[in-house]
Structure formats: C-alpha cells, structure tokens
Design a protein around this ligand. Sequence first.
Ligand code: MG
Length: 203
Amino acid sequence: MKMICIGRNYSEHARELNNPVPAEPVFFMKPESAQLRNNQPFIYPEFSNDIHYEAELVLHVCKVGRNIQERFADSYFDGIAVGIDFTARDLQQKAKDKGLPWEIAKAFDFSAPVSKFIPLSVFPDISKIRFGLYKNGELVQQGNSSDMIFSFNRIISYVSRFVTLKQGDYIFTGTPAGVGPVKIGDQLEAFIEDKKLLLCNIR
Ligand code: MG
C-alpha cells in the first residue's frame, strides 16, 4: 500500500506557512513503512529538531482505479479516518529553499499514525465533517471538510491521472490551520465530530 498526501488544501493553513493557495492539488507520498498503528507512541526522530503535527481526514481506497472521472470518484473510497501527517518542518524548509523533494521531511518511518476507518454510511454528509486535534488537552486544530479547496472527489480524480489507486491505499486530504511543534512527553488526540479516535504519545 501507499499513502498519497495532499498539501495546502485549506487556505488558512496555506497562508500560515506563507504558501500560495494552489490552483491544482499538490501531492506527495508516504510509503507503507510510514504507518503507525494501534495508537502506538511516536518516537521523536534524531534527524529533526522541529517535528510538527498536521491532523487530516484520511480516505481508505477500496478499489483499483486510474484516470477516474470526478463524478465516479465517490465509489473508490469506503471509509474515513483521522490521521497525523508528521512533518520534519526544519528539513522541509531546507528542501523547499533548495527546490528539492520533500520525502526526507514527510515520508520517514512512523510519520503517519491513522485511526480506525469509519464506514462512509455512518456520516450524514461527508462534505461537512468536523475534525481536529488536541495537544495535551488543548484544542489546537479544528477543520471541516466543507473548507477544503479540493473535494475528496476532485483529489481522487486528479491523483489518479498520475498514479494508479489500489485497494488499501490511504489518501491524506490536507490539514487545516493550527499546525505546530511537538516535544517528547506531549499527548495528541485527534477526533472526528465528537469522537476521539486517535491517541498518539510523543516519546
Ligand atoms: Mg499534511
């Protein structure tokens, strides 16, 4: 499996990192080894001094597809989770400054904790899903899928022009404003609507 991650999909977040609001989706990938399962702790890596959390809604891809038309895209995912796109912001900034790829800052081992997936049928309206993140009990990020620049269906259609989607792939759909650093000892809790679905302790 692979994880496809959308960058800059909430205009307030694009602004907080001084990035332009994109005209087309920006995406990058995390490999299978980036998975962090079952609320396991995140071990702060030695290669960075500025790891940031980014809480995101995550789609579970349920069938293979390429060149998917937007109007059919909603049949290619069957569940939604909340995940964290851990980012080595110091390494990312260096890469951005030099025009280099982002993998070193985004694709490292265990950089992608994800909750269990909630079946689509549970959501009354997937275009209005509230989610967010608490750090040490304080609400630090809150977003709503209604504020995404590119919808789930647009993302699937766009990405599948370049990369074949396969059953079991994950799609991280971008983070709202409020990203920030973690330090050893912090506790992150991510939620969808009123349910805390993901716990991640920083060790
Ligand atoms: Mg992200």
